[in-house]
Design a protein around this ligand. Structure first.
Ligand code: BGC
Length: 250
């Protein structure tokens, strides 16, 4: 089934129609800068621009960079405008786009896509997907089933949110070498390893395409692999989630 997948990020809002059963994009993705301030209304306007660009009529799946309850409510907003906190985001986006909308946490979305079509394909046991971009996102899978909203990027490492020390934004802002950034990220990884002892780490987000530049500095014992779908996982996973909602509602 065709679904419009949207990924709201700290710097860009990306979207493309997706074949949710094949995990493929049906057109080149469109990226529009995230508005500043990134209020719900301003982001909704960008999303409706994407809807118009693809002349879209049908279900939409939206990956959101914060906690999402029941496909509808956004509860936190670490890297976007605080107006999203406690919002019926589905209500707002359905009103603006006139399409049925399902929301999901962005890392959970990327994880769903990786587990079905990417690096976690048919991987049993405990799999932990981590996305590294403006923030750090996490998605936990137990025998393929998602435990949503784990939010491990906010674990405290040296008294600071892990993402405030080891996100890709921090690497760029502090002009860290890959080695210096990797040491910071490794501290976080070891912490997560001792909490969950996963069978596999999947690393996604902006940094995953540079995996070869820093993987030698990671010391966790758990196998760690880069995401298979790279930039597209968030869009594909959001579409997969919307498909599931749509299917079970009918
Ligand atoms: C948010 C997470 C999100 C991650 C990546 C964090 O700041 O709390 O919900 O998955 O950033 O965007």
């Amino acid at each position: 089934m065709q679904i419009l997948g949207i990924d709201i990020g700290g710097t860009g809002i990306k979207g493309a129609p997706v074949d949710s059963l094949q995990g493929t994009l049906l057109a080149e993705r469109l990226r529009i800068e995230t508005p500043d301030p990134s209020t719900p209304e301003a982001c909704a306007e960008v999303i409706s621009e994407i809807v118009r660009a693809f002349q879209w009529q049908g279900p939409i799946g939206v990956g959101y960079p914060g906690v999402v309850r029941h496909g509808a409510y956004t509860l936190t907003a670490a890297n976007v405008d605080k107006g999203w906190i406690g919002l019926d985001a589905r209500g707002l986006l359905e009103q603006v786009t006139e399409c049925p909308v399902t929301l999901i946490n962005d890392a959970d979305a990327a994880g769903l896509a990786e587990m079905r079509f990417g690096a976690g394909r048919e991987h049993p046991g405990v799999v932990m997907m981590l996305t590294v971009g403006t923030g750090i996102g996490s998605a936990l899978f137990i025998n393929g089933t998602l435990v949503p909203n784990t939010e491990l990027g906010h674990l405290k490492v040296r008294d600071k949110d892990a993402e405030k020390r080891a996100s890709d934004r921090v690497r760029v802002e502090k002009d860290l070498s890959w080695k210096d950034w990797a040491k910071r990220f490794d501290e976080f990884l070891i912490y997560v390893e001792t909490l969950f002892y996963p069978d596999l780490f999947i690393l996604g987000g902006g940094t995953s395409k540079n995996f070869d530049r820093f993987s030698e500095y990671l010391t966790a014992r758990t196998p760690i692999v880069p995401a298979g779908l790279l930039n597209e996982a968030g869009i594909v996973g959001a579409a997969m989630e919307a498909y599931e909602h749509h299917r079970t509602r009918d």
